[in-house]
Design a protein around this ligand. Structure first.
Ligand code: 2AM
Ligand code: CA
Ligand code: CA
Ligand code: CA
Length: 267
């Protein structure tokens, strides 16, 4: 097995155990407001520290970027670990059992490994570039749907609501003309993993951070799906505007999205 995948899995499981223990004891969760409607807990921080400790033991020189710690530059800037220790904190705080640990490893600007771990269901999604994607030991392959007809799509609401909600609602309105329904799960990492696993047929979201999407992006692509920005390009890790689906569904989503894009959403 890819040695870095091995460490990423160990780190994701360790963080997942911390999260699951916290979930069982809600009285142990201390919640703080980073910004209005933006929560962080002691568990987010403990999980991130555990992940960093495990990476540091094997790869002391690698660069680590975590949601809660920011960039920890190592001597080796060519290898970056991008961590979201708890994706879906709002769900976690509400005892809504849907959240995950997300860990991606990028080498020279290309994602090589992606791991998303759901500690409640004990589901481990993994991908290595060129070697496919798996849920636990089962290979994932996105279904080759012809179009949006009957599709179940996932999304999240934009956090810069004033700026982006009108466009988001227009896009939902356009998609639901053809698609069957929407899910709004509260974890972008799991939304992408679920595209890879055919639990939803497509996904779009505005304004994600790299730690939300870097691991899930590789899961989708290694399962044979397409991930793009809103212009069909590759800028989604930077812009945070992302579409993920099987090839023809991704194309159909982009066609529906494009008439509603404001200037800042065009890539
Ligand atoms: P988080 O739980 O790690 O913060 C849900 O649509 C996605 O948005 C989740 O991946 C969630 O990640 C992220 N998210 C939640 N609140 C946010 C906020 N205030 N700003 C930016 N992203 C947020
Ligand atoms: Ca957060
Ligand atoms: Ca997140
Ligand atoms: Ca987080």
């Amino acid at each position: 097995m890819n040695p870095m995948l091995n460490i990423a899995i160990r780190a994701a499981r360790r963080a997942g155990n911390i999260i699951a223990k916290g979930y069982e004891r809600p009285e142990s969760i201390e919640t703080a407001n980073k910004r209005p409607n933006d929560y962080v807990t002691n568990i987010d921080k403990a999980a991130e520290e555990a992940v960093i400790e495990i990476i540091r033991k094997s790869y002391p020189d690698h660069t680590i970027i975590g949601e809660e710690s920011g960039a920890l530059e190592g001597e080796n800037k060519n290898v970056q670990w991008i961590i979201d220790p708890l994706d879906g904190t709002t769900n976690f705080v509400k005892s809504f059992p849907h959240f995950a640990v997300s860990i991606a490893i990028r080498e020279n600007g290309r994602t090589e490994v992606g791991v998303v771990y759901d500690p409640i269901r004990n589901e481990l999604f993994t991908a290595v570039r060129g070697e496919g994607a798996k849920l636990n030991d089962t290979r994932l392959r996105v279904e080759n749907r012809r179009d949006l007809d009957g599709a179940i799509l996932a999304t999240g609401f934009p956090f810069k609501a004033k700026q982006h909600m009108p466009a988001h609602l227009n896009i939902i309105g356009a998609l639901i003309e053809d698609a069957a329904d929407f899910r709004r799960s509260g974890s972008a990492a799991l939304d992408l993993a679920y595209v890879a696993a055919n639990r939803v047929d497509g996904y779009f979201e505005i304004g994600l951070k790299p730690w939300d999407s870097a691991a899930g992006d590789l899961l989708v692509r290694e399962a044979g799906g397409i991930v793009t920005d809103f212009s069909g390009g590759h800028n989604y890790l930077k812009s945070g505007n992302i579409v993920a689906a099987s090839p023809r569904v991704a194309k159909a989503i982009l066609t529906k999205i494009q008439p509603h894009l404001t200037d800042t959403l065009k890539n």
